[in-house]
Design a protein around this ligand. Structure first.
Ligand code: GDP
Ligand code: MG
Length: 283
């Protein structure tokens, strides 16, 4: 199952994954499996991806299921990557309202591994620290806040994530303990001297990082840095994005993808999924 807040690169990952396994431009450890029924949405986003545009963002009213079936030809094992491409708002609201769609409960119950997305392009947890809170407390001139005036959206992102992950272990979800592959998306945006996604997560999401290391819900954790888009693009109709020309010159398109982390090769986006499914053979 895929888990992550809005704008953490989930849809772009799906688009790049579909392009790689559908086009077979480069060898991938997992290949395209059998697809029946609806996959027009995935085909559409992957086409936009190939043309060098940002994928269209899911709107609140539109719920698209994404299911990508993959095959490990060595063991003939099947892997399905599945998510409700719910607008991330649904998750963000769930933190405050404690409500989520019933379909999501089913998705969690059926899951055997989690692909957890955070983005290197989000900085919303950087602004306020506990030290700022102490300073504000000492500043007597500040009006005392009404404790009922709570705004969930101002909660640090990693606190929300850890809370939601904890919820998954209780009824009605009862998630089985599983492997978690953290995808740090937009990895092209981290400074050149950052080379280790695990260290990046420790520094930027220390609470999440510690939680994953100690949670009974996670049997094993790996951290990957993935640049699924390869750079900055813009939506179709909004003119070419800053990196479009460079990315279109990268041929074949599958090579725009960069993946770093344990047991990865340069471009193969299916590598983290192989590990998640328990199909990686010791090397
Ligand atoms: N620079 C860069 N931006 C990315 C990458 N992947 C996604 N993004 C951007 O991150 C934003 C959110 O991506 P999206 O896939 O729609 O996230 P979702 O809401 O989790 O499905 C978009 O503006 C994308 O262009 C990447 O590999 N590199
Ligand atoms: Mg999306």
């Amino acid at each position: 199952m895929v888990f992550g807040f809005t704008r953490t690169g989930k849809t772009t990952f799906a688009a790049a994954l579909w392009h790689q396994v559908d086009s077979e431009e480069i060898p991938t450890v997992l290949t395209k499996g059998k697809h029946a029924g609806q996959f027009a949405y995935v085909a559409e986003i992957s086409e936009a991806w190939a043309e060098g545009f940002e994928v269209e963002r899911t709107t609140v009213t539109q719920v698209e299921n994404i299911r990508i079936n993959l095959l490990d030809s060595g063991s003939a094992s099947k892997v399905a990557l599945e998510f409700d491409d719910l607008s991330g708002e649904t998750f963000e609201q769930a933190f405050a309202t404690r409500l989520c769609p019933e379909k999501f409960v089913e998705l969690v119950k059926g899951a055997r591994g989690m692909l957890l997305f955070v983005s290197a392009d989000r900085h919303n947890d950087d602004a306020v620290t506990i030290l700022d809170a102490f300073d504000a407390e000492e500043d007597e001139t500040q009006a005392v806040a009404d404790p009922n005036d709570w705004d969930g959206t101002k909660t640090p992102l990693q606190v929300q994530l850890v809370d939601l992950l904890q919820c998954l272990q209780r009824a009605p979800f009862s998630m089985v303990p599983m492997r978690v592959a953290v995808i740090v998306s937009a990895w092209d945006l981290v400074p050149q001297d950052e080379t280790d996604p695990a260290r990046w997560l420790e520094k930027r999401y220390p609470l999440l990082s510690q939680y994953l290391g100690n949670s009974e819900g996670a049997t094993d954790v790996r951290i990957y840095g993935v640049s699924a888009q390869g750079g900055k693009l813009s939506k179709k109709g909004n003119g070419p994005g800053p990196d479009r020309e460079r990315l279109l010159a990268t041929m074949p398109a599958s090579k725009r993808v960069k993946v770093v982390g344990p047991e990865t090769t340069e471009h193969d986006i299916t590598r983290p999924l192989m590990w998640l499914a328990g199909l990686e053979t010791a090397s």
